[in-house]
Design a protein around this ligand. Structure first.
Ligand code: GLN
Length: 311
């Protein structure tokens, strides 16, 4: 088996190379608070099952999960409701459309969202999180994230949540549409409140690489030996990461990188190399599909140099 970078210095060289393309990217500003990120940032942590972690860049810097949270809420909801219930309400197919597109909802019958990684599907998933109030549902999700990272200090960024809540007109439109088609049956504002808090869950690359590792190890935290989710749910999540994890760039990414991954518009990417290690990346300059431009470049370099593709 090919060994991945064993030293921070080795990894730093790849980061320096990938960093060159941050100039071609742009930070997301449709959520105003994300616009404050430094487009030149790029950091990575690679977490091995034996607890070793190789890192480069400012891996202490925190960022919000945004769409990366969609894989985590999916895992929780699959545990809460079971696969039949969940997939009656959200599909399993990639879209080829941007993550926030409403187009397919109108042209497909039934209007159920195509997959849980696009906003429409993720909103349905968040709707299915069990609990008696937004607070209780959010607490359950946050506790699950804390369990994945094995750190009870993980929290969310109120400023980013508020900033998205104020500007979520498109996501509100998706929820109204899904309510009309009886796929969602709660009020729009509490759901947007819960969803924006979910997206604003905050951590650094090291923490994110830890979550990637749990997925890579089929739902077990190798450091504690604890099973955090059933193997089947970890498998479903990783499959969605391959088919839909990088939005409408997932096909090209599967060919060039071949690592189950999920990105978010904050510039985060979580990778899970099956059976081997977890990856956490933060690089807020995005390409035109909303993926971290230098993060993708970095994964391409690593995948090619160390033969990481699972295909
Ligand atoms: N919170 C973001 C949104 O709903 C997440 C999108 C993303 O990361 N692609 O627009």
């Amino acid at each position: 088996m090919w060994m991945l970078c064993q030293t921070n210095d080795e990894l730093k060289e790849f980061v320096m190379e990938a960093k060159k393309c941050t100039k071609k990217g742009k930070v997301a500003d449709y959520i105003p608070s994300l616009g404050k990120a430094n487009p030149e940032d790029l950091s990575i942590a690679i977490h091995y099952p034996n607890g070793n972690c190789v890192e480069a860049g400012d891996i202490e810097k925190k960022f919000t999960l945004q769409s990366i949270s969609k894989v985590i809420s999916l895992a929780l909801v699959l545990m809460d409701r079971g696969t039949d219930y969940v997939f009656e309400r959200v599909g399993m197919e990639p879209t080829g459309d941007p993550f926030n597109s409403i187009a397919k909802l109108e042209t497909m019958a039934p209007a159920k969202p195509l997959n849980p990684m696009i906003n429409a599907g993720a909103l349905v998933v968040t709707h299915m999180i069990k609990g008696n109030s937004v607070e209780e549902r959010f607490q359950r999700l946050l506790s699950f994230v804390q369990e994945l990272v094995n750190d009870t200090n993980i929290s969310f960024c109120e400023e980013v949540a508020r900033s998205e809540f104020k500007t979520s007109n498109l996501n509100r439109a998706l929820v109204y549409f899904l309510k009309q088609h009886n796929i969602i049956d709660e009020d729009v504002e509490p759901l947007i409140d819960l969803y924006t808090k979910q997206c604003a869950i905050e951590m650094n690359c090291y923490d994110l690489s830890k979550i990637g590792l749990v997925f890579a190890m089929d739902g077990v935290d190798p450091e504690t030996g604890k099973r955090i989710m059933p193997i089947d749910i970890a498998r479903i999540c990783k499959t969605f990461m391959v088919t839909c994890g990088m939005y409408n760039a997932s096909g090209e990414f599967a060919i060039k990188v071949g690592i189950p991954s999920k990105s978010g518009v904050s510039g985060g990417i979580m990778g899970a190399v099956p059976g081997r290690f977890g990856i956490g990346i933060f690089g807020p300059a995005l390409d035109d599909k909303g993926n971290s431009i230098a993060g993708i470049k970095l994964l391409e370099l690593l995948s090619q140099n160390y033969h990481l593709s699972m295909f």
